[in-house]
Design a binder for this molecule. Structure first.
Ligand code: GRF
Length: 208
């Protein structure tokens, strides 16, 4: 099974997946890592492990504001071309900051995963940890889900909870959530690779 990881930033979730593949816990191949940011730390991490990393510049496609939707599809088609070259079976979004076009999502239906630092459907979008603190919830968490065309919305694969403490800051809470993210993302990818996920509508059943 061939995996591609899409990133934009520091890549700690990517690192957790690389480590799980290298140790043999996930029996798959990371074929390519694609970044929307030229200097993303995630690119460096990837190359350190001898994995191919490519930067595809969204600016080339987004200068034309009037045709934004068309340009977004054009950008995604560039990515898809790289995926097809490598027969990619699973696309993992790991801190990837761009929305995928419906074209991309449809083409890889139930084959794209994302991780979000909250218990969806609570606190979608950016700054999920701050949203949780501001709302005053006592528990938040992390969610791995399949991607559909709405943001942070598709069928949920795994969630785990994280307590919020009185003295938490955005940073301390984010760090506690991140530890959980790394665990559940690796588990979700492993289940996919082993063919143990079955999507039925919004529900994802985990086969024994
Ligand atoms: C994580 O908190 C993830 O949940 C969110 O973006 C962040 C990416 O962090 N989607 P990293 O690049 O994996 O370290």
């Amino acid at each position: 099974m061939n995996i591609a990881v899409l990133v934009s930033g520091r890549g700690t979730n990517l690192q957790a997946i690389i480590d799980a593949v290298e140790s043999g816990y996930i029996k798959a191949n990371i074929s390519v890592v694609i970044s929307s940011q030229k200097d993303a730390l995630a690119i460096q991490r990837t190359r350190e492990h001898g994995i191919e990393a490519i930067f595809i510049d969204p600016q080339d496609f987004w200068k034309d504001k009037e045709h934004k939707e068309e340009k977004r599809v054009e950008y995604d088609k560039k990515i898809i071309a790289e995926l097809e070259k490598r027969n990619v079976d699973l696309v993992i979004l790991a801190g990837y900051m761009l929305m995928l076009s419906p074209y991309f999502v449809e083409k890889y239906k139930n084959k794209i995963m994302n991780i979000h630092p909250a218990l969806l459907p609570s606190f979608p979008g950016v700054n999920a940890q701050k949203q949780a603190l501001d709302h005053g919830v006592k528990y938040t968490g992390a969610t791995v889900h399949f991607v559909d065309s709405k943001m942070d919305h598709g069928p949920i694969i795994i969630q785990d909870i994280v307590p919020v403490y009185d003295d938490d800051t955005e940073e301390t809470l984010s760090n506690r959530i991140l530890e959980k993210e790394h665990k559940i993302y690796v588990e979700a990818v492993k289940l996919f690779v082993e063919g143990k996920l079955r999507v039925e509508g919004r529900r994802v059943k985990i086969l024994k």
